[in-house]
Ligand binder design. Sequence first.
Ligand SMILES: O=C(O)CCC(=O)C(=O)O
Ligand SMILES: [Fe+2]
Length: 314
Amino acid sequence: MSTKIRVLDADAKSGDVASVLREDGAVIARDVVSQHGVKSMTDQLAKMMAAEEVGGGEFMGNRTKSFGNLYSRGAIFSEQILLNNRILQVLDGTLLPQCRMGDVPVDSQSGAAQAGYNPATFDYSSGFNQPKRDPVTGPNCHHYRLHCAGIIEVWPGGKLQPLHREMDIYRPFIEHDPEQPDWVVACLVAGTEFTAANGGTRIVVGSHRWSADRVPQESEATQAEMPAGSALFWLGRTFHGLGINRTELPRTAILTIFSVNWLSQEENQFLSVPPEIARTLPEKAQQLVGYRGSMVGWSTGRDNEFQLRESTPA
Ligand SMILES: O=C(O)CCC(=O)C(=O)O
Ligand SMILES: [Fe+2]
């Protein structure tokens, strides 16, 4: 395993991106969003960002501007990120849901393109006696959905963000365990070029497999360097943090973190993207925001697949 962040080109198979992510704890996939897509997203937020003061507090390094509620700020974000097949396929390959969200490549034998339910499913109709699952092959959840999402600009000056794991928010209820499956995956789309000089995200490659007591040293981190439109993925168990910007222009990240459906979302998406806004988004985006149920998350009178719909009376 390399200590550098491996970079896969636009023509790499999503399955290979997911394999590197599972092996190294982070990976860069090039050209996941077009330059036009990136510009449309950053333009949409430009006015609001311009009105914001640089700050953000100690954990963010004191020189950032950031906002959550990303998917309530225009359908462009859903179009570019939540409906992005390459992103969804990488999530399918790491969070291992029963309900896949990306298109499955055409099966060379049957010719059938299979999307949706994984054949190795939980079968709730047979009661609660589910067979034991293999966490390495999954399924590890019924579906996955948004965990938190926003834009982060790093401005010149500031301090290093402490190296942290996204899973730390669940401590002490869930402690780091290198044998755990992946329950949280971050997908950061570069809104500007990322360099070592402008605060490219620091990643401690391989730290998802470390024992719980190992403390990361700054010298073990490598910075993500990539052009705008590339995506940096990291696992919820990988140590990382934003860097210091030593240039004159801000560095912009469009950060979407996803988690398995049975964990509580970090950002309360039902407040951030309330039903009246979610209804304006494509149905797949509504599911990914969290308007979807299973044995967890049901609501009486609602279609579990698309909970903004009334269910048809039996
Ligand atoms: O923007 C970045 O480079 C990473 C930010 C991050 O990891 C966080 O805020 O939790
Ligand atoms: Fe983070």
